[in-house]
Design a protein around this ligand. Structure first.
Ligand SMILES: *Cc1c(COP(=O)(O)O)cnc(C)c1O
Length: 395
């Protein structure tokens, strides 16, 4: 292997994809993989969706980028659609999840500071993941992301996830709000309890705090509703969305109610690329495919079928698997051992791609467009993978 000119921040594996066909990836050496990782919950429509490709091609030939110095009919149209589909009144477009969370953090602080208060602190939760910028690593308690990057940004206070009493106890004179994932993704596909998320909403209402949801991974139909908060019967004040939003094109957004966004005035924030016509076209094509009840019902149905199949399957390997959790097509297979060797085994021996996450969990986040054939292929590869993995461990 030659030395890579890429900064060595990623522990990359030997799979080197060069082409995608629907729910499969083909590597440089011609090997075909079933992709139940989907670019880490990004490629909602798989890899060769004609609607998404056509929209990007047409827009690329029409107008790619102009900057935010000019009016944006493309941005207004996509923002209007997101507003109609969600709690929000207003949208700021970004190029990534971390930037969407950054915008959400700024919006929460500015909500208070524009009204003369000096509140700035966000209460965040153990094992959260909000991105890799300075603010978003500071928002997470995970030391492995902090090492070498001191000093962190001030203004975050960590408490245990799903511990409502601890969240309430952490509220102080500087508290501006809560920042939370409805289902912790990197943290191990751990859903917030109904009691916890509804409790945070009630605390935010009582203390005039911002409830900021990070739906970067859970959003855009992944959990079987457009956004996961719908299944909790609450609405946030501010929300970050990205990953699936562009279906593979870099696109994120910070959504907010008009009230929550009261501090985000002329000149307060910006992005050179954010909301450019090419990204807007990608977002429209993804919404065209996913933002309808039939598609969402199908995601819920496929999620339930995979989940039921997994529940049955893990009974055969009580030493390996501890349980199944998640919502829709964001599924976590909890293991009794480090999930990474099993993930590698599935990848290298059975050409099945999944993602390891925290809390000993194997993350299963396929394209939302999988069909019967892909589900069957998934269980075939998983079953043979578990069988020889278990034999290998016993030997
Ligand atoms: C992936 C992710 C992010 C960061 O998104 P990037 O596009 O990598 O910056 C933030 N929050 C959550 C919950 C994520 O899953």
């Amino acid at each position: 292997m030659t030395i890579s000119p890429l900064m060595p921040v990623y522990p990359r594996c030997d799979v080197r994809p060069v082409r995608g066909e629907h729910c499969h990836l083909i590597s440089e050496d011609g090997t075909r993989y079933l992709d139940f990782a989907a670019g880490i919950a990004v490629n909602l429509l798989g890899h060769s969706h004609p609607g998404l490709i056509g929209a990007i091609q047409r827009q690329a030939a029409t107008l790619m980028h102009v900057s935010n110095l000019y009016g944006s009919p493309q941005g207004e149209r996509l923002a209007q659609r997101l507003v109609s589909l969600t709690f929000a009144d207003t949208v700021f477009f970004t190029n990534s999840g971390a930037e969407a969370v950054e915008a959400a953090i700024k919006t929460a602080r500015a909500y208070h500071q524009s009204a003369g208060s000096d509140r700035y602190e966000l209460i965040t939760f153990a094992n959260a993941f909000h991105g890799r910028t300075m603010a978003t690593i500071s928002a997470s308690n995970q030391d492995k992301m902090h090492k070498g990057f001191a000093p962190l940004l001030a203004g975050f206070r960590y408490v245990e996830f799903n511990d409502l009493a601890a969240a309430e106890a952490a509220i102080g004179p500087h508290t501006a709000g809560f920042l939370v994932e409805p289902i912790q993704g990197e943290g191990g596909v751990r859903p917030a309890s109904l009691h916890f998320l509804r409790g945070l909403r009630a605390l935010a209402d009582r203390h005039d705090l911002m409830l900021v949801l990070d739906e970067v991974q859970t959003g855009m139909a992944r959990t079987g509703t457009m956004y996961a908060y719908e299944q909790y019967g609450i609405e946030p004040d501010i929300m970050a969305t990205a990953k699936g939003l562009g279906g593979g094109f870099p696109l994120g957004a910070c959504l907010a109610t008009e009230r929550a966004a009261r501090g985000m005035t002329f000149g307060s924030h910006g992005s050179t690329y954010g909301g450019n016509p090419l990204a807007m076209a990608a977002g429209q094509a993804v919404l065209d495919a996913v933002a309808n009840e039939a598609f969402l019902a199908d995601v819920r149905d496929k999620g339930e079928r995979i989940r039921a199949g997994l529940e049955q399957f893990i009974g055969n390997y009580p030493d390996l698997f501890a349980g199944v959790r998640g919502m829709g097509l964001m599924i976590g297979l909890r293991m009794k051992v480090d999930p990474r060797p099993f993930m590698q085994h599935l990848r290298d021996r059975h050409q099945l791609l999944t993602v390891a996450a925290g809390d000993n969990t194997l993350r299963i986040v396929p394209p939302l467009v999988i069909g019967e054939a892909e589900i069957e292929e998934f269980f075939d590869r998983l079953s043979s993978g578990a069988a020889d993995f278990a034999i290998g461990r016993a030997a």
